[in-house]
Design a protein around this ligand. Structure first.
Ligand code: FMN
Length: 205
């Protein structure tokens, strides 16, 4: 596969094994991960819950967004053998196509962990979902109030990730403690793109 070719993710499944109530009751921040890789279907489901299209006609997504301005960009920092059939690297999720495109090559989990106050669980997890924002997409419409909206929105997305992880038997934790500039540098983010949340995802031992 060429680097610039999109990776087509399997379609998300419309049904899970546990109820929403069970997922809510079981949701916990878990920081314990084994190296067991995720399947591409698991990653697909996690990304659909993160920012996937749930209403194709209007291109609305699984999480609400102020004015449907959708300011968030989703990156996956995938470790070596983190996901079956995907090489280590940083990928960007494209919600419209439900695809991944390669942003960077190499296993950058250690660098990411270093930027996040050396939290070992970040490099132990097979992958980390990094939620980033381009504020302008929301603030052009709502002015400085848009910054508040973006921060609320990322919380909605974080909860989607938690609940989908529970439903798949996976673990995650929302991480807000990191040095923004260092994460931006490690991930080669555009200057208008700021990291807001890191969410390691994987199985526990
Ligand atoms: C905005 C926010 C930032 C957080 N940042 C971190 C973090 O940097 N590191 C961490 O280990 N947990 C972090 N957490 C997870 C909390 O520690 C966790 O939600 C809390 O201990 C309650 O546990 P529970 O999620 O299992 O209910 C964060 C949670 C939120 C909502």
């Amino acid at each position: 596969m060429k680097d610039n070719q999109p990776i087509y993710l399997p379609p998300p499944r419309p049904r899970g094994k546990i109820s929403l109530e069970e997922a809510l009751a079981r949701r916990r921040s878990i920081r314990d991960f084994t190296p067991r890789p995720l399947s591409l279907s698991h990653l697909s489901q996690m990304l659909w819950a993160t920012q996937g299209i749930s209403e194709p006609l209007r291109q609305f997504r699984t999480a609400p967004s102020a004015g449907a301005t959708y300011p968030l960009d989703v990156f996956v920092v995938c470790g070596q053998n983190g996901v079956e059939n995907i090489s280590e690297g940083v990928y960007q999720y494209n919600p419209e196509e439900h695809t991944l495109s390669r942003h960077l090559a190499g296993d950058l989990r250690r660098e990411l962990a270093r930027a996040a106050l050396n939290e070992a669980f970040i490099y132990r997890a097979p992958l980390n979902i990094v939620l980033c924002v381009e504020y302008q997409r929301t603030t052009w419409r709502y002015g400085s109030r848009g910054e508040r909206y973006v921060h609320i929105e990322v919380g909605h997305v974080g909860q989607n990730i938690y609940l989908q992880a529970v439903a798949l038997g996976l673990n995650t934790v929302a991480v807000g403690a990191f040095r923004d500039e260092e994460v931006s540098r490690v991930l080669y983010l555009d200057k208008d793109c700021q990291p807001l949340y890191i969410m390691p995802v994987g199985w526990s031992g």
